[in-house]
Design a protein around this ligand. Structure first.
Ligand code: HMG
Ligand code: MG
Length: 297
């Protein structure tokens, strides 16, 4: 099993999408550029969704047009439909992520359609992406619980993940949108999906509402996952998942992986400084590891 873990930094997208106050475009651009400068190889930059659904990311074109686009760094963007795809491509996005859920109730609130309809909606997007040579990641939300329907059967997670994989998504990110998962359930869910999708094409995406995210990541690392989504300073949340807090902090994940002797390519000191800076800009708390790293230096 490889010792290298790919961190997918979702701070500029998942981290900012739920912030209540308008964040200046230049702060978003600086955040993305600074994260790329920390050695992160994948920085999810923004979303080309309907502005009324996510007003905070309504400046997606401007943000994407202004970032540095560092060689060797991938900058995926969220796309809900063909319109989003065309917008993303018009400003030069080379990698996208489509998103659906394992629970019908959440999907309706989030993207205003059923799971089946969302998969149909993605078909032309995936066809175009294939023609254009665009890499597509697929997100499955609510893999360990739904804010509206409660429990979500693992069989539904597997079914939706398989559908995305068959449709052409080269990576499937399994999202615990409301952070209710605990390690043994997280591992069982991950292993169930990994019976039909190659492990190296799977990622985990834990929100940290109940402080379980690192433990869940550890459980899934033991099961073989090597792609982990996280957000600098633990920013994040989905406006359609009330009560859910941010993603696991990238600083915490990198600190743990460093300690386990795994490689990420991320410079923890630079990351802690970036986390400190963006938390200050947004008036948010620093991550635990981020604060400790800054203090020891
Ligand atoms: P709808 O209202 O059903 O769509 O929204 P519609 O096709 O009827 O269009 C309505 C209007 O939106 C039209 O404008 C469209 O042109 C426009 P009008 O004619 O009324 O002026 N529109 C768009 N505008 C710009 N870009 C677009 C676009 N599409 C339509 N791409 C829709 C359906 C999916 C568009 C909407 O519900 C939406 O954008 N939802 C996004 C919600 C979202 O971004 N949620 C957060 C991300 S998911 C997440 O955070 C979870 C994750 O982190 C993993 C985890 O934690 O589990 C990924
Ligand atoms: Mg999320």
């Amino acid at each position: 099993m490889s010792n290298h873990v790919t961190i997918v930094e979702v701070g500029p997208r998942d981290g900012l999408q739920n912030e209540p106050y308008t964040i200046p475009t230049e702060v978003k651009v600086e955040l993305i550029d600074r994260l790329a400068g920390c050695g992160l190889g994948v920085v999810e930059a923004t979303s080309f969704v309907a502005a009324p659904a996510i007003p905070q990311l309504a400046d997606a074109e401007e943000v994407f047009g202004r970032i540095e686009r560092k060689t060797g760094v991938r900058y995926p963007v969220l796309v809900p439909n063909l319109k989003g795809y065309e917008r993303a491509r018009a400003v030069g996005a080379e990698e996208i992520a489509v998103f659906t859920a394992a629970s019908e109730a959440f999907n309706r609130k989030n993207i205003n359609c059923s799971i089946a309809e969302s998969l149909e909606r993605f078909t032309p997007v995936l066809e175009k992406a294939q023609t254009d040579g665009v890499r597509v990641r697929g997100y499955v939300s609510t893999v360990l619980g739904c804010p509206y329907q409660g429990d979500v059967p693992v069989s539904e997670v597997v079914r939706v993940a398989e559908a995305l994989h068959e449709a052409g998504c080269v990576e499937i990110s399994l999202g615990d949108t409301i952070g209710v998962g605990t390690p043994s359930k997280a591992r069982a869910m991950f292993e169930a999906v990994a019976t039909s999708i190659p492990m190296e094409q799977l990622a985990v995406h834990f929100h940290d509402t109940y402080g379980q995210a690192l433990a869940n990541i550890y459980a899934c690392l033991e099961a073989g996952v090597r792609v982990i989504d996280s957000s600098v300073a633990g920013l994040g949340g989905c406006p359609y998942a009330r009560g859910a807090t941010g993603n696991v902090a990238t600083e915490d994940v990198v600190f743990m992986l460093d300690g386990m002797g795994m490689t990420t390519g991320v410079d923890l000191d630079s990351l802690a400084r970036t986390g400190d800076w963006i938390a200050g800009e947004l008036g948010r708390p620093r991550s635990r590891a981020g604060q400790a790293i800054l203090k020891r230096n």
